[in-house]
Write a protein that binds this ligand. Structure first.
Ligand SMILES: [Fe+2]
Ligand SMILES: [Fe+2]
Length: 138
């Protein structure tokens, strides 16, 4: 795998982390329940940290991180829908990082992607717990 291909993958990841950051920041303000809102806010910070790690790998390889995200889809304003959307974003990330860890040969990149993958798994668990709590309330 060429350096340009590694950079392309890293930028693809950077943009999805940027999108997750923005969606979670927005949702954390919309959520009226304190606990899921605080959890979403804390996880938004994790996603921004992932942006930094990826940007570091991108610049070290002679490129710049792209800020061109697609139009954001916030998927509604009720807690259940927001949590479902957040779980879907985490699942998308988990699947993507798993595939990349198998195909990328750059050891430094793989190390960072594994670390991010572990955190995305934890995020999904946190959101699922809140969603289950929400379903039981109803
Ligand atoms: Fe992330
Ligand atoms: Fe995440």
């Amino acid at each position: 795998m060429k350096n340009e291909e590694v950079i392309r993958i890293l930028n693809e990841d950077f943009v999805t982390e940027l999108e997750a950051t923005l969606v979670y920041v927005r949702n954390s303000f919309i959520m009226k329940d304190c606990d899921p809102s605080r959890v979403t806010e804390a996880i938004a910070v994790d996603e921004m940290r992932h942006m930094w790690w990826l940007a570091d790998l991108i610049t070290k390889r002679g490129s710049k991180p792209t800020m061109e995200h697609k139009e954001l889809d916030f998927c509604g304003n009720d807690l259940q829908t927001m949590l479902q959307k957040q779980i879907a974003l985490e699942t998308g990330g988990i699947e993507k990082y798993k595939k990349q860890i198998e195909t990328v040969e750059d050891a430094e990149v793989v190390g960072v992607l594994k670390h991010i993958l572990d955190e995305e798994k934890r995020h999904r668990k946190e959101f699922k717990t809140r969603l289950q709590g929400r379903m039981q309330e109803k």
